[in-house]
Design a protein around this ligand. Structure first.
Ligand SMILES: [Fe+2]
Length: 407
């Protein structure tokens, strides 16, 4: 298990690895949003283009952000049209508007989509390239603008990442478009923001964050540093999420979840994700199943699928759901981990199976074709080909009572 251990004693046996550490300045604390103006000044900003989503205007968060910026003597242009799953044409028209305004600093305030729009616009501002040409990780020809990310949900961890997720106009396939320079220089983590999100939004975001911690931990791209972040994320999310789903979370619990989601995002930056995301994305694209619901529906099946090939895969988790130290019992422990995740998903009202989510059984082969094409599936610890994706969909489709017995 030296390959995955975070224990320094095992590192000598590990293959060589490379990691990036700490290039984001993080400010954490309740009401830290009020420090946005000061943070913008630190980055030399005097003219800010602020991307947010329309739902947040009703909650008053963009107005708070604007007040803080204006109090610091900074001019603000608000763009409140960052809707879920931003498309190519949407981010390109947003960039055209931003170019006209001529900002010297970009701020993204919102869930993953607003942060994605902020990053995509930063990539596009210099002009000359379409967003699709930024797919993958690139080096920009010239400097990009400094930027600040303020997540309002504890979920995607997008504020820690170099990539903007943008959907193609046709077919709504997700592209990860990125450059290290597009990553936010400063991140404000304000637990009062996710605490004020609608419960359903918070639940789906939290389940997504949980899946990020688990998938990034075992990804083939993980390294000893990313695994430290995945485990630190896991410990916080594992503790906080049940309380958030029960509607009983105190301020410090929201803080734990927000920090956990951020750390999981930092882990993904290095280690990518796996089969739960690869099989979830087609469910979102075809049937509109929200991302957090699709991922948490598939994740328990992926945990069992992965553990079947490597029973010790999740052994580093250690806390809370207490995986067995005895290797011969670890497969059963992975099964209890899967059951625990499923229990949380049920508490959040996530359908128990694909049939209940409205997926016709006859679509499973086509879904498997699409899942096998997903970039993120390449990093799953157990190779995910079309046959593997179909196996996962087949076991996830029928109601639990009609499934073959778990491992
Ligand atoms: Fe996700």
């Amino acid at each position: 298990m030296g390959r995955r251990s975070v224990d320094g004693s095992a590192l000598g046996a590990s293959p060589a690895w490379q990691a990036e550490v700490a290039s984001i300045s993080v400010r954490f604390g309740s009401r830290v949003l009020e420090e946005l103006g000061e943070a913008a000044r630190e980055l030399g900003g005097s003219r800010v283009w602020l991307a947010t989503d329309p739902g947040l205007v009703a909650a008053g968060h963009p107005q708070r952000a604007r007040r803080s910026l204006e109090a610091a003597g900074i001019a603000v242009r608000l763009y409140a049209e960052a809707e879920e799953n931003p498309t190519e044409s949407r981010v390109e028209s947003a960039a055209a508007e931003a170019r006209e305004w001529g900002p010297d600093l970009i701020v993204g305030l919102g869930g993953g989509s607003a942060l994605d729009v902020a990053k995509a616009v930063n990539l596009l501002l210099p002009g000359g390239r379409r967003i699709a040409e930024w797919q993958g990780l690139h080096r920009p020809e010239g400097p990009l603008l400094p930027s600040i990310g303020v997540p309002t949900t504890a979920g995607t961890g997008s504020e820690a990442q170099s990539y903007a997720l943008v959907s193609t106009d046709e077919g709504h396939r997700k592209m990860a478009c990125g450059a290290r320079e597009a990553r936010f220089r400063t991140v404000l983590l304000d637990p009062s923001l996710p605490a004020s999100a609608p419960p359903r939004v918070a639940a789906l975001a939290g389940l997504d964050a949980l899946s990020h911690a688990l998938e990034s931990l075992v990804s083939t791209r993980s390294n000893p540093i990313s695994r430290v972040w995945s485990l630190a994320a896991w410990c916080r999310i594992e503790r906080a999420l049940p309380e958030v789903l029960a509607g009983e979370a105190a301020a410090e619990v929201w803080g734990g979840l927000l920090l956990g989601a951020h750390l999981a995002g930092a882990a993904i930056e290095q280690s990518m994700l796996g089969a739960a995301h690869a099989t979830a994305n087609p469910l979102t694209a075809r049937y509109g199943v929200p991302h957090g619901a699709a991922v948490s529906l598939m994740l328990p099946h992926v945990v069992r699928f992965n553990a079947e090939a490597d029973p010790g895969l999740y052994a580093d988790l250690g806390s809370g759901v207490a995986l067995d130290a005895d290797p011969s019992r670890r497969t059963r422990s992975a099964d209890s981990l899967a059951g625990w995740v499923r229990g949380l998903a049920s508490t959040a009202g996530i359908p128990e199976c694909l049939a209940a989510a409205g997926v016709p059984e006859t679509d499973l082969p086509e879904l498997a074709d699409e899942a096998a094409e997903q970039w993120t599936g390449r990093f799953n610890p157990r190779a995910l080909d079309r046959a593997g994706a179909l196996e996962l969909y087949r076991v996830a489709w029928p109601p639990p009572g009609e499934r073959p017995a778990p491992l």
